[in-house]
Design a protein around this ligand. Structure first.
Ligand code: 4AD
Ligand code: MG
Length: 459
C-alpha cells in the first residue's frame, strides 16, 4: 500500500479503511493497554495521532519506541475523539524503521534558538524550523511564478566572476591553486589564482542581469551571493540569496512600483498558502506580526528622498548611537527608526549622495546625488537596494574615472551603453531578510538552512 502524507490525511473529508503513514515520533505516551504516539512527516505543522493497542503482535517493542524514532504505521483513519485533532490512525501494524537512542537531542521540551543553531542538521525536525523551511520553499516557488506571470525571464547569473559589482571589495576569492604549490612558492598570487586570472564569488548578479535586460527586456536572477564583510549582526550572513529583477525602459518610479508590487504579492502568497505554518509565528513568535503583515499588503509604501529622511532623523530628537549627518550611509538604527517609528510602514528612500554608492547608479542633475533606492521596512531596515542605472556612456565613463575603475576591465559593460543603450532599472532583495520580515524571526541565522557566518562553518 502507498504511503499517504500527513497533510493529506488531516485534510481528508472521510474516514478510510486503511492507510500507511511513515514519519518520526515526536512524543509517545504509554497507557495501560495502549500506546499513543504523535507522528510528524514534515508535510505540515501538525502531527497525526497513532493509537497502538496491546493486541499488536510486536507491542512489547512498540512500547519501547523512543522520541525521534522512525516508524511506519498501517491501519484505518478514524475520527479522533481527542481535542484539537480531526483524525487519528488506529494501528493494525507498526513497523519500527529505526529506533532513536535516548540521547536524541530533541526531547519534548522547549529549546532555545541558540541551542538549535548548534544542531542545524536536526532543527528542521522541530515545529518552528519545519515551518520556517516550508515557508522558505514556498516563497522560492512564488518568486518564480510571480515573474513568469509578468513575462520576465530567469537568468542564471554566474557565481564565479571577475568583477566586483558593488565596489566594496568584500569578496571571497576563488582559487584553483594547489595548496602544496602555494606553500612551495611561499606566496599566493591573488591576481592569478583562477587559472591565471583573478576570480571571486559574486556579490550580486546585477551586471549580468543588466546585459540580459538590454537583450530580453525584463529579467531576474535569483541565487546565492556572497559577502566577505566580517560583520557579526543578526541581519548579515556571508552567503545569502538575492532576488534581482532588472527591467529595460524603466525609471526609478517604475522600479519602486515593481518593488512594492513584489513585496505585496509575495506576502499575500504566504498568507494564503502557508496559513497554518504562519499561524505559529503570529501566535508564538511575535504577537504583532499579524498586524504587520496586514500593513505590508494593504498600505501604500511611503516614498521620500534621502535628504528628507536625514532631516526627519535629525529633527526626531532621538539619541542615535551614530549621529546623523547628511552624506553618511544610514545605519540600521536609522533605517528602522524611519520605518518602524516614524512612518510605521515600509518606505522607499531615494536619491542618495553619489559618494556612498557604486559607480553604476544614474547621476542626478544636482551633481551630488544618484537615482538610488532602498526599501526600508520595520524590524529589518534595508530589505531592497537598487537604482536606475547610468545608461549614458559619457556619464558612466567619467564616473568610472573618478572612482579609479578600469574601463578596460569593464569593456563588455560599457558595450551595452554603446550599442542601443536605454534607461533601465533594477534592485536586489535580500531573500532571507524578506523571510525574517514575514515570520518575525529576528536572527537571520534562523531562516537559512545552514548559515554561513564568521567563525561558523559547521555542517
Ligand atoms: O544593497 P545591496 O548590496 O545591492 C546590490 O548588491 C545591488 N547590486 C542589487 C541590484 O541592484 N541588483 O544588496 C541588496 C540586498 C540588501 O538590500 C539586503 O537585503 C541584502 O541584499 N543583503 C544581505 N542579506 C544578508 N546578508 C548580507 N550580508 C547582505 N548584504 C546585502
Ligand atoms: Mg544596500
Amino acid at each position: 500500500m502507498q504511503r499517504v502524507k500527513i497533510n493529506q490525511l488531516l485534510g481528508s473529508k472521510t474516514a478510510m479503511d486503511s492507510v500507511v503513514v511513515k514519519g518520526w515520533v515526536r512524543t509517545k505516551r504509554n497507557a495501560k493497554d495502549f500506546s499513543f504516539m504523535e507522528v510528524n512527516d514534515g508535510s505540515c505543522l501538525k502531527n497525526i495521532q497513532i493509537i497502538a493497542g496491546a493486541d499488536l503482535a510486536n507491542y512489547p517493542e512498540v512500547e519501547r519506541i523512543t522520541t525521534g524514532s522512525a516508524i511506519s504505521v498501517t491501519g484505518p483513519l478514524v475520527a479522533s475523539p481527542g481535542k484539537g485533532q480531526s483524525w487519528e490512525v488506529q494501528a493494525r501494524e507498526v513497523e519500527i524503521i529505526s529506533l532513536s537512542p535516548e540521547d536524541y537531542p530533541l526531547q519534548k521540551k522547549r529549546h532555545t534558538d541558540e541551542f538549535l543553531r548548534t544542531i542545524a542538521h536536526l532543527r528542521p525536525r522541530t515545529n518552528k524550523f519545519g515551518a520556517i523551511f516550508r515557508i522558505r520553499s514556498e516563497v522560492i516557488q512564488a518568486i518564480h511564478m510571480f515573474y513568469r506571470d509578468r513575462g520576465f525571464y530567469c537568468l542564471s547569473a554566474p557565481v564565479i566572476t571577475g568583477s566586483d559589482c558593488e565596489g566594496a571589495g568584500d569578496m571571497f576569492r576563488v582559487t584553483s591553486l594547489d595548496p602544496a604549490e602555494v606553500a612551495r612558492q611561499g606566496r599566493m598570487n591573488f591576481n592569478e589564482d583562477f587559472f591565471g586570472t583573478q576570480a571571486n564569488l559574486t556579490v550580486s548578479g546585477q551586471l549580468s542581469a543588466e546585459m540580459f535586460a538590454l537583450s530580453l527586456g525584463d529579467v531576474y536572477t535569483f541565487g546565492p551571493t556572497f559577502r566577505a564583510e566580517n560583520s557579526n549582526t543578526s541581519r548579515h550572513v556571508a552567503e545569502f540569496w538575492m532576488l534581482e529583477p532588472e527591467m529595460a525602459f524603466c525609471d526609478l518610479d517604475g522600479n519602486m512600483d515593481h518593488g512594492e508590487e513584489l513585496v505585496k504579492a509575495l506576502t499575500r502568497h504566504v498568507m494564503e498558502h502557508c496559513a497554518e505554518d504562519l499561524s505559529l509565528f503570529t501566535k508564538f513568535v511575535d504577537k504583532s506580526l499579524g498586524g504587520m503583515l496586514d500593513t505590508l499588503v494593504e498600505q501604500p509604501y511611503e516614498r521620500v528622498t534621502y535628504d528628507e529622511g536625514v532631516e526627519i532623523l535629525q529633527k526626531s530628537g532621538r539619541k542615535f548611537e551614530f549621529p546623523v549627518d547628511n552624506g553618511m550611509d544610514l545605519q540600521s538604527e536609522h533605517e528602522r527608526f524611519l520605518a518602524e517609528e516614524y512612518f510605521k510602514k515600509p518606505l522607499f528612500l531615494t536619491n542618495y549622495p553619489k559618494d556612498i554608492k557604486p559607480f553604476y547608479m544614474r547621476q542626478n542633475d544636482d551633481g551630488r546625488t544618484v537615482a538610488a533606492v532602498d526599501l526600508l521596512v520595520p524590524r529589518i531596515g534595508e530589505l531592497i537596494g537598487g537604482s536606475q542605472r547610468e545608461e549614458r556612456l559619457d556619464h558612466l565613463e567619467r564616473r568610472m574615472d573618478e572612482m579609479g575603475l578600469s574601463k578596460a576591465d569593464y569593456w563588455w559593460y560599457l558595450d551595452s551603453r554603446r550599442f542601443g543603450t536605454v534607461s533601465h532599472s533594477g534592485f536586489g532583495m535580500g531573500f532571507e531578510r524578506f523571510l525574517m520580515l514575514i515570520t518575525g524571526i529576528t536572527n537571520i541565522r534562523d531562516v537559512v538552512p545552514f548559515p554561513r557566518t564568521p567563525g561558523a562553518i559547521n555542517f
